[in-house]
Design a protein around this ligand. Structure first.
Ligand code: GLP
Length: 259
């Protein structure tokens, strides 16, 4: 695992955007096969997406041959709801890049048969060739996508129940009323994420300090599903100085000196 520590969240976010653009360009220089990317939501990736939008506008990268799959969506929230992940992705990324609409995949949390929706999603990922890169965030409890503590590290896309903790944290997007936060979501599994050739995780701010410590220095355990990245050959965590407070001094110095 690599841990890239940048001075602040903006610098980390911009670093990640350039890293992703470089990976897309590298693949495009070698093959006409599409670049398959997993995308996350939340407040953390917003600046990375803004920079990707600027890079597309400046002609430094193109998403014309990129296929994307989002990691999760709430169950029962209309797509048009301002806090649906459909709305989020269009508002923060898809409206500013040149990815063809037919290449965009987001789980349908209003599907009649949610299990069938999840199975079809996994199949579509395989059909696209599997993920080249998965961009993720992390929950305060160490969850990756909506894989709450004690989710199987072998899990695949499925219906998940959201913990009270997550619903309280996410209530900031729902008038601070946790009763307005859906109780379930569709989410890619931990194994869907770790099945990607490469994973990049954005971890910013002091509220993520314990999750960062558990992911990097804790045991690889379902208690912190992001810790599954310890077993991945190409995992990079991009974080800021504000999030490193719980790392041991040794780990901090090690990563700081290397990256
Ligand atoms: C939600 C999403 C996660 C995201 C997490 C952190 O729970 N399902 O994918 O990583 O929030 O969000 P934020 O970046 O707003 O802290």
């Amino acid at each position: 695992m690599k841990v890239v520590i940048r001075e602040n969240a903006l610098e980390g976010s911009i670093w990640a955007a350039h890293y992703i653009a470089d990976r897309i360009n590298e693949k495009a220089a070698k093959t006409s096969e599409p670049f398959v990317i997993g995308l996350c939501t939340g407040s953390t990736p917003i600046e990375t997406y803004a920079e990707l939008g600027r890079l597309v506008k400046a002609g430094k990268v193109s998403f014309k041959n990129v296929i994307s799959f989002n990691m999760d969506e709430y169950v029962g929230l209309p797509e048009s709801h301002p806090e649906s992940y459909h709305s989020f992705m269009h508002k923060n990324l898809f409206d500013f890049i040149d990815e063809p609409a037919e290449n965009i995949h987001i789980l349908n949390g209003n599907a009649k048969d949610l299990d069938a929706e999840c199975a079809a999603y996994e199949e579509a990922i395989i059909k696209a060739g599997g993920f080249d890169l998965f961009l993720g965030g992390i929950g305060e409890d160490g969850h990756i996508a909506f894989n709450e503590p004690y989710s199987s590290l072998n899990s695949r896309t499925r219906v998940v129940d959201l913990t009270e903790d997550t619903r309280i944290v996410n209530s900031r997007f729902f008038d601070n009323d946790m009763n307005k936060v859906p109780k379930q979501a569709l989410s890619v599994g931990v194994a869907t994420v770790t099945g990607s050739k490469e994973v990049v995780l954005l971890v910013m701010g002091p509220k993520k300090a314990r999750a960062l410590r558990d992911a990097v220095e804790g045991p690889c355990s379902h208690k912190c599903t992001a810790s599954a990245l310890q077993l991945h050959e190409q995992a990079t965590i991009v974080c800021d100085e504000a999030s490193v407070g719980e790392l041991t001094v040794n780990a901090y110095r090690y990563f700081k000196a290397l990256y």
